[in-house]
Ligand binder design. Structure first.
Ligand SMILES: NC(=O)c1ccc[n+]([C@@H]2O[C@H](COP(=O)([O-])OP(=O)(O)OC[C@H]3O[C@@H](n4cnc5c(N)ncnc54)[C@H](OP(=O)(O)O)[C@@H]3O)[C@@H](O)[C@H]2O)c1
Length: 338
């Protein structure tokens, strides 16, 4: 069997373009004893992958030039010679950016985040395991609840509000009894956020972000969930109440920067307002996966969580889907159907 995969051709400078990627076709070996052949159905493109395209130390190693990229994928076992796996089984893996692969599941027995079986949930697309029920969902859950620690009646501000992480943050905050202010880059995204229960959806591209947040939260914000950094972070510091918590999840506004980006100009307020600002990496909260799956699964069953996906078609569309994260092409989770 053959598989088409996407390789890193060169390290992007600024926003990634098609020229930074190669499309290659490889022959897969027939699966041997203890191995399975998996056909990916959906693969994820995520903002953090931009960090792996730089050649520098980080919490995940850099992608290598000439090699297939990696990332989350949901696939279906098509041939199995491994105990416990049968054709038709759904699996989650880090073997994204390719159509198919052969592995020995036993090698991942202690690393379920890299390869594991998934349940079939009636009425829920397997792609949900890349978004609301997957890594972005867990990110929203732990960042908001463990770090933001919102209390009933408080005001939560989330940037990147219409994205995979942000849209779940906003809805969990509503479930916890908070007033939610969410920013996004288009009026259509804001309308969707309102339909999902967000109290104040702000189009940051309309300008005067500070004025818009002050109007939405005249008494200030108690929790800021940061997906964006830059001006959003400065506005959050400016509008924070004494004792506010900041969950620093991401700073997508600077992922493609070619020069060092200046910090917020009002950091002195961190002292006077006793702000607690904490970054986090979702992989350090794997122990909360069962609790997350139970809670979010229940909320979905109760109809309290809405989610959207922007679906691109075919492996060759993956580089453009990835670049689209940086111009706001997606509402909800960006996935590629394979
Ligand atoms: N800490 C962790 O462990 C962890 C794990 C997962 C994700 N993250 C971070 O969480 C954030 C959201 O990730 P996601 O997967 O949910 O992506 P996403 O929000 O679904 O997609 C990215 C969105 O970011 C917005 N954006 C892009 N450039 C921007 C800019 N310059 N200023 C403001 N907004 C911009 C765009 O929406 P608009 O139309 O609104 O501009 C775009 O749709 C990212 O920063 C990511 O790195 C962190």
């Amino acid at each position: 069997m053959q598989s088409t995969e996407i390789r890193l051709k060169s390290r992007p400078e600024g926003v990634p373009t098609a020229a930074n990627f190669n499309v290659a076709t490889v022959d897969l070996p027939a699966p041997g004893e203890g191995q399975v052949l998996v056909r990916n159905r959906f693969m994820s493109v995520d903002p953090y992958m931009r960090g792996r395209m730089y050649d520098r130390p980080s919490y995940v190693p850099p992608f290598q030039i000439g090699e297939a990229l990696q990332g989350h994928a949901v696939g279906e076992v098509v041939e199995s010679h491994a105990e416990g796996f049968a054709p038709g089984d759904l699996v989650s893996s880090m073997f994204g950016w390719r159509e198919a692969y052969v592995v020995a599941p036993e090698a991942f027995a202690q690393a379920p985040a890299l390869f594991s079986k998934l349940p079939h949930i009636p009425g829920v697309s397997p792609s949900a395991f890349l978004g609301v029920l997957g890594m972005p969902g867990l990110t929203a859950y732990v960042g908001l609840l463990e770090i933001g620690q919102p209390k009933e009646g408080e005001t939560v501000f989330v940037s990147g509000g219409a994205g995979a992480v942000g849209s779940l943050v906003a809805q969990i905050a509503k479930i916890k009894g908070c007033t939610v202010v969410a920013s996004a880059g288009t009026d259509e995204k804001c309308a969707w956020l309102r339909s999902a229960g967000v109290d104040h959806a702000i189009n940051y591209k309309a300008g005067d972000l500070l004025g818009q947040v002050q109007a939405a939260a005249p008494k200030g914000i108690d929790v800021y969930f940061d997906n964006v950094g830059g001006e959003h972070l400065e506005v959050a510091i400016e509008t924070a109440r004494v004792g506010a918590r900041f969950a620093e999840c991401g700073m997508i506004a600077q992922y493609n920067a070619t020069d060092p980006v200046p910090g917020p100009r009002n950091m002195i307020q961190i002292v006077g307002k006793s702000l607690k600002i904490q970054g986090f990496i979702v992989y350090n909260y794997a122990h909360l996966q069962p609790q997350f799956t139970a809670d979010v699964g229940r909320w979905i069953g109760e109809g309290r969580i809405k989610w959207k996906e922007t679906v691109k078609d075919g492996i060759a569309s993956a580089p453009a889907a990835f670049a689209g994260l940086f111009d706001g092409s997606n509402t909800g989770k960006m996935v590629v159907k394979l």
